[in-house]
Each structure stands twice: as C-alpha cells, then as structure tokens.
Write a protein that binds this ligand. Structure first.
Ligand SMILES: C[S@@+](CC[C@H](N)C(=O)[O-])C[C@H]1O[C@@H](n2cnc3c(N)ncnc32)[C@H](O)[C@@H]1O
Length: 213
C-alpha cells in the first residue's frame, strides 16, 4: 500500500505541529529514506508519520523502522502481548505493513548493542533523554557506525540557551562538531513555548558525514 505521494505529503507538512517536525518529514521524503531509527519512540505518533512518509517513494513493506525507548509508561493494555509497543505502531495503525521493531531499555545499554541496525539506517532521529550526557552517549553509538548515506537529525537544539536549560539539549554538542568531518545544519523553523522563566526556543539540527572527494 503506497501513500498518495505528493498531495498527502504536502498535507502532512501543513498540519504538522510542532512546526519544526517538518524537518523530519522533509528529510525522509527528499532523501528517500527507507530505513529509519528513532531514539525515543514515545507513543509512536511521529514514528507512524515517518513510516508513511518513507512509503511515499516505495512499498510500505520495504520500510524498516526501529524504535528505542524505555517504554516504561505504557500500560499493559497499550502494549501488545509480551513485546514492548506504542499505540500508534499497533498492527491496526496506518503504519501497518512496515517492518517495525521496538527495542526496550536505556539507550546507554541498547544502542551499543545495535550496531547492525544503526549501520544500515538512512535516518536516525535522536529524541530520547534530553540531558547532555544521554544525547552525547546516543550520538557516540551512532557516530561510530554511521555511513555516508546516514542522516542524523537531532531534536532539542536550544539556540541562545540560558541557565534554565543548563545540562540539557544538543546545542553544545552540535556546535562543537568538527566541520571537517561533519556537515551540520541547524534547521528552521524554531518552535517557541512560553515557560515560567521565559520563551523556550527549540530547533532541530541535521548532521551527515562530510563527503570525501
Ligand atoms: C520527547 S519523547 C520522544 C518523542 C518522539 N520522538 C516523538 O517525536 O513523538 C522522549 C522519549 O525518550 C524516552 N527516553 C528518555 N530517556 C531514555 C533513555 N535513556 N533510553 C531510552 N529511552 C529514553 C522517553 O521514554 C520518551 O518516550
């Protein structure tokens, strides 16, 4: 079953909230990603959209999705039989037909053991634990195995972060990446959320290996 390509994709971009998530779908659509890894699946709502976007260019059965999460807050009812699950990825969902795999556990343990999945990924979305330490550990597991065709998208880039965000987000990691080794784009749009301390601004960042000539 194929997504009705361009019209449905354009509708997805128009309805996407928070707005910065358009970057995820654009990356999958424009780079024709079929093998997707999400670090921090949560309830699977964006996983489903990513799978559907990947299916715009090929049969949904050729799309592979691997989701890593603690999956500890799901009720037994939400989980399918004995395996960890997420409601939006259940067998009745619009993402049905894709090859889906959910890996439960702390990514500090699960990612270093998942080199085969990471090595073959077209897109890795890093959106799990938000502490600098966890993001750095997730990135290191990916960095060591990513190939020239892998695009890594980070959520939680906080531009001009103040003391309220100390210890959180990927901005310090992204800003320190070696430009000789990595092509880095900090993407628009910026989402803005009012907090008791002021405006929380969030962007996504996209990283690939610099192509050697
Ligand atoms: C912001 S939510 C992810 C949202 C999701 N990517 C989306 O776009 O809808 C963060 C998720 O990361 C998971 N998480 C946080 N720390 C983690 C860790 N160390 N290992 C695995 N999962 C973790 C949480 O359980 C939560 O579901």
């Amino acid at each position: 079953m194929k997504l009705k390509r361009a019209p449905e994709y354009r509708r997805l971009l128009l309805r996407t909230r928070p707005k910065r998530y358009v970057n995820l779908f654009r990356t999958i659509y424009e780079r024709r990603c079929r093998s997707i890894v999400e670090i921090g699946t949560w309830n699977g709502v964006h996983a489903e959209e990513m799978i559907r976007t990947a299916a715009a260019h090929s049969d949904i059965r050729s799309v592979r999705y691997s989701g890593f999460d603690l999956f500890e807050d799901l009720t037994d009812e939400q989980s399918s039989s004995n395996s960890p699950s997420a409601p939006h990825l259940s067998s009745g969902s619009r993402a049905a037909g894709a090859n889906r795999r959910l890996i439960r556990g702390n990514t500090r343990d699960t990612l270093p053991r998942a080199t085969e999945i990471l090595r073959n990924a077209d897109l890795v979305f890093i959106d799990g634990g938000h502490s600098i330490e966890t993001i750095a550990a997730d990135w290191m597991a990916i960095r060591d195995v990513m190939g020239p065709a892998t695009t890594v998208v980070f959520d939680d880039y906080y531009p001009n972060a103040g003391p309220e965000l100390a210890g959180l987000g990927c901005h310090s990691l992204i800003d320190q990446l070696d430009p000789g080794a990595y092509a880095v784009e900090v993407l628009e749009p910026t989402d803005e959320f009012e907090q008791s301390w002021g405006a929380l601004r969030v962007r996504m960042a996209r990283v690939t290996l610099v192509r050697s000539t």
